[in-house]
Design a binder for this molecule. Structure first.
Ligand SMILES: Nc1nc2c(ncn2[C@@H]2O[C@H](COP(=O)(O)OP(=O)(O)OP(=O)(O)O)[C@@H](O)[C@H]2O)c(=O)[nH]1
Ligand SMILES: [Mg+2]
Length: 682
């Protein structure tokens, strides 16, 4: 066994990450079972895993938020952060990564999932997180297993190093040879693998594979290179030291394999973690933690169903217990109500947390995911800054019952606190609450939580597109409001010179009243009436890019009033605009799509089907094999664009967008929009 001198000690924190459905939650379950933290290994199908314990995760049979569970292994505590694989929930992973000592990237030998793997490795590379690949589902492996490196290497910037090779009975993988230990094992279902003699064909393959592993390590170790050239067997401890050192420095990414459902390869993984990954001291150094005081990083915020807020935090230095006052980087303070140990959805009070521990801190009202907290002596600058990806999909939600309106706002605030990659926009004009997020599943889960956790039934629909209308020619229009009903009458009379303005000008009002034909004090009333009338033009939309000049009118000494002149102003607009060739304006956005280059041609086709206008193609900066496509497209076509972009790119394509301009829209599409608006108003 490698008892090298550099082994870290103390509690470790490890992220389980990887492409969608690669087996992360099942692997967590296998680890917990193998190390004795749980009695029985649950399965995704039986809906009894520790990781996917929330109602939504169980229901969808996928992780929809990160979950945290700890176990003990050979005298140390290991906390695993099981991250969702879906790109829609990637923020949970990104925000948690700064806190971890290392990541286990659970993956499959599937070429189609390589782009997703690449995205995840990019995050780890950027944040300098040491990482193992765990090639899962080895029970389903076929002969392509020999191509592991050919298939997976393109996803990784650092060199992949095979740490194990499979052994077979016919086509089926029955065990493995550990290339560092030079020992052969056969898998036992739900039991530790058994050591068997390393001989015959397996021994020959082992020699070749071990040599390539050492060659890769020697790229960064001259002494090892010399030993290899001179055909000297390096001591086993030196090999382990090198593996560990190069892993920690991000020079290599070792590859282990196994089967989470059968608990195969789990013990070897645990041993590799135990011996090779850094501990909290090194992680604190990586993050730039300033020593002395207690410091913690908040990797997730949870609002439990019984009402309490918990901040899942990694303690990076010092000790944090009940009653410890913690400051955010901006100086805001709150006291820890209690310290909890987490086991998926289950929490249990525990004693003070020390450097290395990953715990939940109760009732820190001020703390947000991504915060760096320190004790009351002095604030600590933020250790990491992880901004959520810009949202790509939205729905409008409303409480089914009006009495729930206030509750809806409060519940949404809680959901946002848990998942900052969701945002809420209030569209005052359309009276809509619009939830923006990363995809259909995330938004669906959000509405499910509103119902299940907060008891708010909602209805949702597509958000209203910000159409406008304008006019193409001007008119001089009189508006005369006159009523003679019994005693006191009403009288207001105006003449407006109405003209179109250039795109983007908005609205302007002016007057050229001579000889007091409209008294000064009524002119603002005319303007107010005009503004009011422009809220709904002849097509049903707000009118923009229009000028109204008050040029003439008349008044009555007794019957004129503010109200009468407001009505006169409105009347002039209502009667005038239909004769000014009203035209619909639709918002056009500038969209930047990023995708693997193979998919660029598909984007082209996708755009022409969505009235998109391609402005240009570029290679994506810093991303080999990726392109960026710049297009202009109408807001209404962006609605579900992400669904198609993802389906054309094995889930990895994405885009950002920003408003560019309003464009005239005529013809059938415009007619349909106007008709729909009229129908909705009726
Ligand atoms: N054959 C086989 N199936 C596996 C193995 N590990 C997981 N699975 C299956 O793969 C599916 C996904 O497993 P999960 O553990 O939910 O995968 P995950 O990576 O946590 O999924 P997300 O969190 O949603 O990305 C389930 O049906 C598992 O039973 C394995 O080693 N072998
Ligand atoms: Mg999962």
């Amino acid at each position: 066994m490698a008892q090298n001198g550099t082994r870290a000690t103390g509690p470790r924190c490890i992220a389980l990450v990887g492409p969608f459905q690669s087996g992360k939650t099942t692997l967590l379950e296998a680890i917990l079972a193998r190390t004795g933290a749980i009695q029985r290994q649950g399965t995704i199908d039986a809906e009894n895993t520790v990781g996917d314990a929330s109602k939504e995760a169980r229901h969808h049979k996928m992780s929809v938020e990160l979950s945290v569970a700890s176990t003990n292994f050979m005298g140390d505590t290991y906390t695993f952060v099981d991250c969702p694989g879906s790109v829609e929930f990637v923020h949970d992973m990104r925000a948690a990564l700064p806190a971890v000592d290392a990541a286990v990237v659970v993956c499959e030998l599937d070429e189609k999932k390589v782009p997703q793997l690449q995205l995840i490795l990019r995050e780890l590379e950027a944040q300098k997180i040491p990482r193992f690949l765990f090639l899962n589902k080895i029970d389903k492996a076929d002969s392509t297993i020999h191509d592991v490196l050919r298939v997976l290497q393109p996803a990784s910037r650092s060199k992949l190093v095979l740490r194990q090779i499979p052994t077979f009975a016919g086509e089926i993988v029955t065990g493995f040879v550990d290339l560092a230990l030079e020992r052969a094992f056969v898998y036992k279902e739900h039991a530790p693998s058994e050591v068997v003699p390393l001989e015959g064909d397996a021994l020959d393959r082992e020699k070749t594979a071990r040599f390539s592993m050492l060659e890769t390590l020697a790229d960064h170790d001259d002494e090892l290179m010399e030993q290899l050239l001179e055909d000297i067997q390096p001591p086993r401890d030196k090999v382990f030291d090198d593996l560990s050192k190069e892993l920690r420095e991000g020079l290599v990414c070792p590859v282990l394999f196994g089967s989470a459902t059968r608990t195969n390869g789990v013990l070897r993984l645990m041993k590799a973690l135990r011996h090779e990954i850094p501990g909290v001291a090194e992680t604190a150094k990586r993050l730039g933690v300033k020593g002395g005081h207690p410091v913690a990083y908040v990797l997730k915020t949870i609002n439990t169903s019984h009402g309490g807020k918990m901040s899942v935090a990694r303690v990076l230095g010092g000790k944090i217990g009940d009653g410890t006052t913690l400051l955010r980087s901006d100086g805001e303070a709150a006291r820890v109500a209690a310290v909890f140990k987490l086991m998926g959805q289950h929490s249990e009070k525990r004693g003070a947390a020390e450097a290395g521990d990953t715990v939940a801190l109760g009732k820190l009202d001020h703390a947000k995911t991504g915060d760096t907290l320190s004790d009351s002596q002095q604030t600590h600058p933020p250790l990491a800054k992880v901004s959520p990806h810009a949202p790509v999909l939205s729905i409008a939600v409303a409480a089914k019952e009006r009495k729930d309106d206030v509750k809806l706002g409060q519940a949404l605030a809680k959901l946002l606190e848990e998942d900052p990659s969701i945002s809420v926009v209030h569209n005052a004009e359309a009276h809509e609450v619009v939830i923006w997020g990363q995809g259909e599943m995330q938004l669906r889960v959000a509405t499910e939580r509103l119902a299940d956790r907060f008891g708010i039934a909602t209805v949702s629909h597509k958000p209203t597109v910000g159409y406008r209308e304008t006019i193409k020619k001007g008119i001089v229009q009189r508006g005369r409001h006159k009523k003679q009903s019994g005693g006191h009458g009403q009288y207001g009379d105006v003449v407006l010179d109405i003209k179109p303005l250039p795109r983007g000008s908005g609205f302007s009002f002016s007057e050229e009243i001579k000889g007091g034909v409209v008294p000064r004090n009524y002119i603002p009333s005319v303007e107010a009436g005009v503004i009011d009338a422009l809220k709904h033009g002849p097509l049903g939309f707000p009118v923009v890019d229009i000028a109204a000049k008050l040029i003439d009118g008349s008044y009555h000494t007794v019957d004129s009033s503010d109200m009468a002149f407001q009505l006169a102003g409105r009347l002039a607009i209502h009667e005038g605009l239909p004769q000014c060739q009203p035209v619909l304006l639709e918002p056009i956005y500038q969209v930047e799509i990023v995708c693997p280059s193979e998919a660029t041609a598909k984007m082209n086709a996708l755009m022409s089907g969505r009235r998109g206008q391609i402005l240009g193609f570029d290679t994506r900066e810093g991303w080999d094999g990726w392109d960026m496509v710049r297009v202009q497209m109408p807001e209404s076509e962006i609605g579900d664009l992400i669904v198609e972009v993802r389906s054309a790119t094995a889930g990895v394509g994405s885009f950002t967008f920003k408003f560019d301009h309003m464009a005239e829209l005529m013809g059938r599409t415009a007619d349909q929009i106007v008709a729909a608006r009229k129908a909705a108003a009726a």
